[in-house]
Design a protein around this ligand. Structure first.
Ligand code: SF4
Length: 156
C-alpha cells in the first residue's frame, strides 16, 4: 500500500458550500499544474494519514460535517480506506483533484458526496471564474450534479 501523507490541514468553509469541512492537503501531487498555488504539495512531505485520521475525527467531532482530501488521488488504495473511515463517522466526503479524466476516479464516485475535478489553468481561472475548466460536482448515490455555479455567485 502506498502511504498517503498530508502536509497541512484545517477547517475550511468555502471549498465545500454549506459544509464545515476538515480539509487535508495531500502531498506528492503528481499533476504539476502550471501556476499551482500550492507547490509545497509537489514534494513527498508531511505525515502519513492512515489511522491517524481517527484522532482528527475525534478532535473535531460535532464541529465538522465533511472531510475533504485536497491535492489529488495519487494513493487510491489509501484514499478509499480513509474515505470509508470518514463515512463510518456519518460525515460527508469530498475530493479535490487536479485529474482531468473523471474515469480515473470513477471507483471513488460511489463513496463521495463532492468532487472537484480538473487541473488548475491560470488562463481559465479557478472555480470562481466563469471561464474555469474545473468542475465541482455534488454526488448523490453516484449521480453527479454540476454545482460549479455555486462558486460564481455575484458578490454584493
Ligand atoms: S492539483 Fe492542485 S496541488 Fe496539484 S499541482 Fe494542481 S493546483 Fe497544485
Amino acid at each position: 500500500m502506498q502511504q498517503m501523507k498530508y502536509a497541512t490541514y484545517g477547517i475550511v468553509f468555502q471549498e465545500i458550500p454549506d459544509e464545515t469541512t476538515l480539509a487535508f492537503d495531500i502531498s506528492n501531487c503528481p499533476y504539476r499544474c502550471e501556476g499551482c498555488h500550492s507547490q509545497f504539495l509537489w514534494e513527498d512531505t508531511g505525515d502519513i494519514l492512515d489511522n491517524e485520521i481517527e484522532r482528527f475525527l475525534e478532535k473535531y467531532r460535532g464541529m465538522i460535517t465533511c472531510v475533504c482530501f485536497m491535492g489529488g488521488n495519487q494513493c487510491m488504495e489509501d484514499l478509499i480506506y480513509l474515505i470509508n473511515i470518514v463515512k463510518s463517522h456519518n460525515l460527508k466526503t469530498a475530493l479535490y483533484t487536479g485529474e482531468n479524466d473523471i474515469q480515473k476516479v470513477s471507483e471513488l464516485i460511489p463513496l463521495l458526496d463532492y468532487l472537484k475535478i480538473g487541473s488548475y489553468r491560470a488562463d481559465c481561472g479557478g472555480l470562481n471564474k466563469k471561464t474555469t475548466n474545473q468542475i465541482f460536482y455534488q454526488i448523490d448515490n453516484s449521480h453527479l450534479t454540476d454545482k460549479t455555479y455555486l462558486f460564481q455567485k455575484e458578490k454584493k
